[in-house]
Design a binder for this molecule. Structure first.
Ligand SMILES: Cc1cc2nc3c(=O)[nH]c(=O)nc-3n(C[C@H](O)[C@H](O)[C@H](O)COP(=O)(O)O)c2cc1C
Length: 456
């Protein structure tokens, strides 16, 4: 069989993920693997129509396609995102029509599921018969049992192709048609206060709804809003995964991105992102913005800020995108004020939502609101914490930050719980004590909380 590997790692042949595919190629011989380094060659793919067409031809003449990429910022790298946009734009009949397709990624399992949901859903949108992908940890290839599990996955994928097995579609197709937003005369509110609020967008003139939403937000905000467009910032390319920034927090690119991020994003009290949904994420430009912010490593450098989104597009139909945005902010310790979309027939409803959002944004900045995070934030932090601790020789800057800001909150450092365990574990081995404990456990557990309420 001819298998096309779409290698989305910007590291090309140096990709760790690609080694998983090479391993499969060697251990399950008899198939032709055609690797295309789409991550490294995205500029050529964009500019050279013949080259783009040769990739499409390779896919069309193949028996199956495997996406191969690292997880970057809860998603595929910006280069993969851009290729998806090009496929959707230039191959309207679906580049993967009736093609068996899957994905193999590597990562530290930080939001690998949202990246897989993304590639799974857009591949289905492009006609693929999509076999759910495989997401090993980046070091799994070093462990023999995990190699066997990888081979098993590949054999099963090949079996699907050979036996022409049907595969259940997982994601509903999306209706992208949004009603036109036509705000009536919107009264401008007087601007007070000294908070710095930045509204960052990548909108173009033709993006009618989002431009009108921005306009209404700026008018209804009781504070000055600086509006900046990502397209006006010199960003030479997507992150290439060189991790030079791990040592001293400096990106190897010589462009305006780092200065922009430090001067505008980090100095703002509040940030609004105004975006349009493109396929099942934001634009690849936004993805580039996120990927390039990796010069901050895993440090929550926007901690304590207020953020919100104005989004044009069917967010309600893409819960994966909402989860990814919320999770990203929670791990970054940023307070999400709200996400307002244009998914309403009634334009007045959108205007009133934006007005109230602008008002709540002021309130949140004044009060310095921060709310408890859910599993998305708690789980994400623990993955980062353990990873940085293990890899501090590479992520020197992260390590210093984690030490300084008390982010190494390992449970074994908690003296109270250590003492409790030391004394109570031997006692709990005695059956009488154990019985007594469980008899009164409910009362004892709630006791300190009741006391706080009584004394409040
Ligand atoms: C810019 C950047 C962003 C990353 N974001 C994530 C992430 O969100 N989740 C995760 O689990 N790993 C993340 N990683 C780790 C990579 O996914 C991991 O190192 C991967 O194995 C690299 O594969 P490659 O060599 O094929 O490019 C990120 C790495 C980089 C450089």
């Amino acid at each position: 069989m001819k298998i096309v590997i779409l290698n989305g790692s910007p590291k090309g042949d140096m990709s760790i993920t690609l080694q998983y595919l090479r391993y499969v190629e060697k251990k399950i011989p008899g198939h032709e693997f055609k690797v295309i380094n789409i991550g490294q060659k995205i500029n050529k793919i964009e500019k050279d129509g013949d080259y783009f067409q040769s990739i499409v031809d390779d896919i069309k003449s193949s028996d199956a396609v495997i996406w191969s990429f690292p997880i970057y910022f809860l998603m595929a790298p910006s280069q993969v995102k851009r290729l998806v946009e090009l496929f959707i734009e230039k191959v309207p009949d679906g580049v993967f029509k009736d093609k068996y397709t899957t994905a193999i990624t590597t990562s530290i399992h930080f939001y690998d599921h949202t990246a897989h949901n993304y590639i799974h859903s857009v591949s289905e949108d492009m006609g693929a018969i999509y076999v759910p992908g495989y997401s090993p940890g980046m070091h799994d290839l070093m462990e023999p049992e995990k190699c066997e599990s990888l081979l098993e996955f590949a054999r099963n994928f090949f079996r699907h192709i050979e036996k022409k097995m049907p595969v259940a579609r997982v994601f509903m197709p999306i209706d992208y048609n949004m009603p036109e937003y036509k705000p009536n005369d919107v009264e401008e509110i007087e601007k007070t206060g000294d908070k710095k609020v930045l509204l960052l967008t990548d909108s173009e003139k033709s993006d009618v709804n989002i431009n009108r939403m921005i306009d209404v937000f700026v008018k209804r905000a009781p504070y000055e809003v600086e509006v900046l467009n990502l397209n006006d910032i010199d960003i030479k390319g997507g992150c290439i995964g060189c991790i030079h920034c791990g040592n001293n927090g400096t990106c190897i690119y010589k462009d305006d991105f780092m200065d922009f991020f430090k001067e505008k994003i980090m100095k703002a009290d509040g940030i609004i992102q105004a975006c349009k949904i493109k396929d099942r994420y934001l634009s690849s430009n936004w993805k580039k913005y996120y990927d390039r912010s990796f010069f901050n490593g895993h440090r929550p450098v926007l901690q304590g800020k207020q953020m919100g989104f104005l989004i044009s597009g069917p967010l309600r139909q893409i819960p994966n995108l909402r989860e990814l945005l919320v999770g990203f902010l929670q791990v970054g310790r940023v307070n999400l004020v709200d996400i307002i979309t244009d998914e309403y027939e009634d334009s007045n409803k959108i205007t009133s939502l934006i007005s109230s959002f602008a008002d709540e944004f002021a309130y949140s900045m004044d009060k310095g609101i921060s709310r408890p995070v859910t599993f998305l934030g708690v789980g994400g932090h623990k993955i980062f914490r353990d990873y940085i601790y293990e890899m501090k020789f590479i992520f020197r800057e992260d390590n210093l930050y984690y030490e300084k800001h008390g982010l190494y909150d390992f449970p074994q450092k908690n003296v109270k719980s250590r003492l409790k365990n030391t004394f109570l574990m031997p006692l709990m081995k005695i059956s009488k004590m154990r019985e007594e404990f469980y008899k009164t456990a409910r009362e004892k557990m709630v006791e300190p909380y009741v006391k706080i309420v009584e004394e409040a």
